[in-house]
Ligand binder design. Structure first.
Ligand SMILES: C[S@@+](CC[C@H](N)C(=O)[O-])C[C@H]1O[C@@H](n2cnc3c(N)ncnc32)[C@H](O)[C@@H]1O
Length: 269
């Protein structure tokens, strides 16, 4: 990247971020995604690493993104709970196209992680409309599919909508992911928007079973300005197995397992 190019991208990014002070941050996020696609992931990551002061915009952008997702989830759950269908109906037949895009985002997870021996799946940050958990219920025999959230209303609505669509193996608990005991969980999914992602990963390293598999929805490129990265301060007891595919929303799944303990002779067990 030439110096000139770097200057141009830095300038464009700076102007856009400054404008978030007196514009709708959600609109700025849309333009940041366009800018990120224009400059490319590597350039975007390099600009952020070169100037950490850009993160002063993170609280406002994170809040705006969170509020936008919650507004959409509230609108969809209200529509689904208010609607009266004649006879049994399945979620995938009546959910909106936008929600089905989130539902289908985890398709790759089923190709990368073996659910055959999974008795308990935990989702950290399930929200009001835990479509990731619905997909696990629709696609696997997992007997316990548990969502954690820190918002009481989100838990109540998640339980109501799961019952509405017959998701009998789904439960939801009011619990911060940093405080949960993951001892019985074989597979854990951490949504992108949770607060204290790194601390949640350490809690899993602390309490999870030896063969636990973890999927973290991670930001990359400019999305690191409104979603926390767990990988960048990954607990040393965990190791990366692989990455999922890139996505226009500048997030992808990171696959983790427990790091193999070195034996006394230094060989890996
Ligand atoms: C809006 S949802 C998005 C998930 C979406 N429903 C899905 O299926 O992918 C993200 C949720 O994470 C919750 N959250 C944030 N930090 C958390 C934490 N440390 N522990 C548990 N839940 C958390 C928020 O309250 C919010 O409801």
């Amino acid at each position: 990247m030439s110096l000139n190019e770097a200057k141009n991208w830095t300038g464009a990014l700076g102007v856009l971020l400054e404008s978030s002070q007196d514009r709708d941050p959600a609109e700025v996020i849309r333009e940041l995604c366009d800018l990120a696609h224009a400059m490319g992931d590597e350039t975007a990551e390099a600009l952020l690493d070169a100037d950490p002061t850009l993160y002063r915009h993170m609280p406002a952008l994170t809040r705006a993104f969170y509020e936008r997702v919650v507004r959409k989830e509230m609108a969809e759950t209200e529509r689904l709970l208010r609607h009266v269908w004649v006879g049994p109906v399945s979620f995938v037949d009546v959910a909106s196209a936008a929600v089905m895009r989130t539902y289908n985002r985890v398709r790759e997870m089923f190709e990368r992680v073996d659910f055959r021996a999974c008795r308990r799946f935990v989702m950290v940050g399930c929200g009001r409309l835990p479509v990731t958990m619905f997909h696990v219920h629709d696609r696997t025999e997992t007997s316990e599919i548990i969502g954690l959230d820190i918002v009481p209303d989100a838990i109540e609505t998640a339980r109501e909508i799961a019952a509405r669509f017959g998701y009998a193996r789904i439960g939801a608990e009011l619990c911060d992911g940093q405080a949960h005991d993951y001892g019985q969980a074989q597979i854990i999914f951490i949504t992108n928007m949770i607060a204290s992602k790194a601390a949640v990963l350490s809690r899993i390293a602390e309490t999870g079973p030896p063969d636990v598999r973890i999927i973290v929805r991670e930001p990359y490129s400019l999305r690191r300005l409104w979603s926390e990265s767990g990988e960048r301060s990954l607990d040393p007891r965990l190791e990366i197995i692989g990455w999922g595919s890139a996505h226009p929303t500048l997030s992808r799944d990171l696959y983790l397992k427990r790091r193999s303990e070195p034996t006394s002779g230094g060989q890996v067990r």
